[in-house]
Design a binder for this molecule. Sequence first.
Ligand SMILES: Cc1cc2nc3c(=O)[nH]c(=O)nc-3n(C[C@H](O)[C@H](O)[C@H](O)COP(=O)(O)OP(=O)(O)OC[C@H]3O[C@@H](n4cnc5c(N)ncnc54)[C@H](O)[C@@H]3O)c2cc1C
Length: 381
Amino acid sequence: MGKKIIILGGGTGGLVVANRLSKFLSKDNEIVLVDKEKNHIFNPSLLWVMAGWRNQQKIQKPLSILQRKGIKFINAEVSKIDFENRKVVTTEGESDFDYLVISLGASTFPDRANGFEEAAYNLYDLSGAVKIREAIKNFERGRIVILISSKPFKCPAAPYEAALILSAYFKKKRRDVEIKVVTPELLPMGVAGKEVGNMVVSLLQSRGVTFLPQHQMDRIDPSKREIHFQDKEKVSYDFLIGIPSHGLPPVLSGSPILGKNGWVKVNMRTLETDIENVLALGDVTTIPLVVGKPLPKAGVFAHLQADIVAHNIAESVKGASSKKEFNGNGYCFIELGDGRAGYASGNFYAEPSPVVKLKKPSRFRHWEKVLFEKWWLWKWF
Ligand SMILES: Cc1cc2nc3c(=O)[nH]c(=O)nc-3n(C[C@H](O)[C@H](O)[C@H](O)COP(=O)(O)OP(=O)(O)OC[C@H]3O[C@@H](n4cnc5c(N)ncnc54)[C@H](O)[C@@H]3O)c2cc1C
């Protein structure tokens, strides 16, 4: 008899798991994908939407297309996961499962940072990126602040790419705009090591972008256009772009699969949770590294982990036992806004610390990123 595999979340990880399983498994198995959104959005392109290089329609695809591949898509919000009775409850009904894959991502909570919703343009959602695009058209001069409201946040490079892209945008238009990135981090992309972090800081400085590290925000005063930090310092802005607070998707709060730091605890190589045939991957998980920090929340990890999860589930369903393991490799493009991109890659599981190298920015890397976007939206749909 076939097995029922439910995948929660049709973002990066869930999309790949569903696709891979539809290839690996015979039709008598049931693959169900649940997401509260109708469309999958390719998040790296939000920065290009912001800069006006992409239309928002071009970076998304309806998840219902997957039905063609035999994947049942349920457009519903998951309201409860009953691990004991192996059942998922959604706004469209409930269902039991043989295997469960949790790829619900990190939720963002603009309302958790005092004043954020009122004051900041949210870089981390599509409507926010569109609003930034419209607002910068008429921004003639002044101070732009890109504020990282708290750690952890997904895609450690994205706020810095946004700063570089905007600096190139305003330079081209010969507008007198000053850009600052303010963050609680010590260095950009801290887990990748000091060398990468310092190279990103140099890139920012070469563009005249000010980097203000170790600034933990306390509140924003929209009436005075000021950000107040916990150490009592203040930073003024004319235009505020924000990275909202991130947290566990509410449906998982209090769940038995969480680790001490409040995210889902998994085996770092197999992505198994402590519950049999329940696996989790991507941003919803936390994987502690030897260096004392967790694996960054990034799509590249969700993607590569999804390959492992799908392979291992398929093997288990078929009664075979050749398991694969996630090895901690990752990579990331860093868009510069002037037609070039940098490329960082390496192994995050390396000991005693991750080994990550940043390649010299080039036009080739930018085009590689463009091709990756096209490939992503073609390959999985
Ligand atoms: C601006 C920006 C740029 C980025 N650039 C890059 C990049 O260049 N490289 C990179 O590696 N990463 C990048 N990322 C990060 C990347 O998008 C995420 O790390 C990745 O998508 C995580 O995949 P995931 O499957 O864990 O979660 P997600 O892709 O976030 O998917 C989670 C899904 O779960 C759904 N969901 C959540 N709760 C529920 C619920 N209760 N019921 C039903 N559905 C629910 C959501 O709707 C969502 O579709 C970027 C992110 C942003 C915001």
